[in-house]
Design a binder for this molecule. Structure first.
Ligand code: ATP
Ligand code: MG
Length: 455
């Protein structure tokens, strides 16, 4: 009692038994059961009826406590993957590093994970201390301990409506604090991606980063270089698609995480010329996410890297290359450079190239060309991209407006628009740069004067 009193005066946190959770009832946590997915309740109930423990866990509990409807539900249980699979009609064991079960109900996918043991101490690691495999089961308190942040390590039982909190997550939710579980340096060393997660959650939730959680990041940032590129890419994509991408990028910078880490970020954050374009692109991305619309990774990365492409495109043209081949060469250079470090999947790289390659075609507004462009399967993305270029001041707004009208017009009006576009296009022709190299027939016809004048 006295010890507790002295600790309280000194402001020392009570050392809780980490194997025993604090349990909160509905009056304390005030989770609105209506925010729960009925299927998540179905899964926990089925597991519990079969004699297992089962909880909603992680990000979903965090969101429920914040009064936000979770976008997906993860379930944690002491049943093994095989035991889980047997209980559901549409359940699939997915396993790479660690086996989990995907349970499907219609369109909804629930991820069911067996409690993981905290064997990080003995787990195989790389020479920098990064854990390579930790695929053993364990008791619930160890599962809590190996999660990343206190606010991500709570369990909710829909049957009893109770929240189990092993690491003071409830207080941190109340105080809006992001705190890593355990010793920060050790946790970042085990998995450097956690540093990117700090940034993402702080920006997304508008939480402050607890000082000890933040302190080691600038020093430990280079460890991210040892993480497989595909994982870094996944986390970056989550960051950019979080609906708070601009805030995330600012936070990356504030945390000292942007430098020399990802070539992409260096480009984006340190190139003032592209900043207007990138800012507009990310603002529109964030707005789309907040409106519940999808954001294609291709469009996102095409935007982030556009100014690099533009620079190289101009350089190739200045060296005598005709516009369209010059654009393809520029795209090759930029994609080659990024593919190694970012593990851009081929599908994404293809989308990026399509969006870029469409751009000169928007400058051709005569004959059949505009109709052909409308039929391009990725027209919408290319058009949105064109609008960003106009909005950032790279191109004349008139071009974007013309396409917007053309896109929404009926057949007669389209014909009229094409006829009225003929005049200024004819004038444009005179402004074309003189070609230095030999000209292949037809090639380059599609491209009007380079539109860099406004830069
Ligand atoms: P979001 O709402 O963005 O999906 P989330 O918290 O659900 O947030 P996920 O990446 O889906 O994030 O991870 C689910 C849970 O798994 C987390 O809440 C956390 O408990 C745990 N987790 C995920 N990644 C890590 C990691 N790198 N280290 C430790 N625990 C992790
Ligand atoms: Mg999640």
């Amino acid at each position: 009692m006295i010890k507790k009193f002295i600790r309280k005066i000194l402001g020392v946190k009570d050392e809780r038994d980490p194997t025993q959770p604090v349990i909160l009832g509905p009056e304390e946590h005030r989770i609105d059961p209506k925010l729960l997915s009925p299927n998540a309740v179905r899964v926990t109930q089925a597991l519990q009826e079969a004699g297992f423990k089962a909880f909603v866990v992680g990000g979903a509990v965090r969101d429920l406590l914040l009064g936000v409807k979770p976008k997906d539900f993860d379930i944690a249980t002491d049943a093994t993957p095989e035991e889980v699979k047997k209980l559901f009609r549409r359940a699939f064991i997915i396993g790479r590093r660690f086996q989990i079960v995907h349970v499907m109900f219609g369109q909804e996918l629930l991820e069911v994970t067996t409690f993981r043991g905290n064997a990080a101490v003995n787990a195989p690691k790389d020479e920098h201390g990064r854990v390579l495999r930790d695929n053993n089961f364990g008791p619930q308190h160890e599962d809590a301990e190996r999660r990343d942040f206190t606010i991500n390590a709570m369990y909710y039982d829909p049957a009893t409506q109770s929240v189990l909190d092993y690491h003071g997550g409830i207080e941190d939710i109340r105080d809006k604090v992001l705190r890593i579980i355990g010793q920060p340096e050790a946790r970042y060393r085990e998995d450097p991606v956690r540093m990117l997660r700090v940034v993402r959650f702080a920006a997304k939730l508008q939480f402050t980063i607890e000082p000890a959680t933040r302190a080691p990041i600038p020093v430990m940032a280079p460890l991210i270089n040892n993480v497989p590129a595909a994982r870094v890419f996944d986390e970056m994509l989550k960051l950019l698609q979080s609906g708070h991408s601009l805030a995330c990028l600012k936070e990356l910078r504030a945390a000292g995480l942007h430098h020399g880490l990802l070539p992409l970020l260096d480009v984006v954050l340190e190139q003032p010329i592209g900043m207007k374009f990138v800012t507009l692109a990310l603002e529109s991305t964030d707005a789309r996410v907040k409106a519940g619309k999808g954001v294609s990774a291709g469009f996102l990365f095409a935007s982030l890297l556009w100014h690099q492409v533009l620079e190289k495109w101009n350089a190739y043209r200045a060296a005598g290359e005709s516009p369209i081949p010059a654009l393809h060469l520029a795209a090759d250079d930029v994609l080659d450079n990024q593919t190694d470090s970012l593990a851009l999947q081929r599908r994404i790289a293809t989308d990026m190239r399509d969006i870029w390659a469409m751009q000169p075609r928007f400058e051709r507004r005569t004959g059949k060309a505009p109709y052909k462009l409308l039929e391009h399967p990725r027209f919408r993305a290319g058009f949105d991209f064109l609008l960003l270029r106009c909005e950032s001041g790279e191109l004349d707004a008139e071009l974007g407006n013309w396409w917007a009208t053309f896109y929404g017009a009926d057949a007669n009006e389209r014909e009229r628009l094409i006829n009225s576009a003929r005049e200024p296009q004819g004038g444009d022709k005179k402004k074309r740069p003189r070609r230095r190299g030999p000209r292949k027939t037809g090639e380059g016809d599609a491209v009007a004067a380079p539109s860099q004048e406004s830069e």
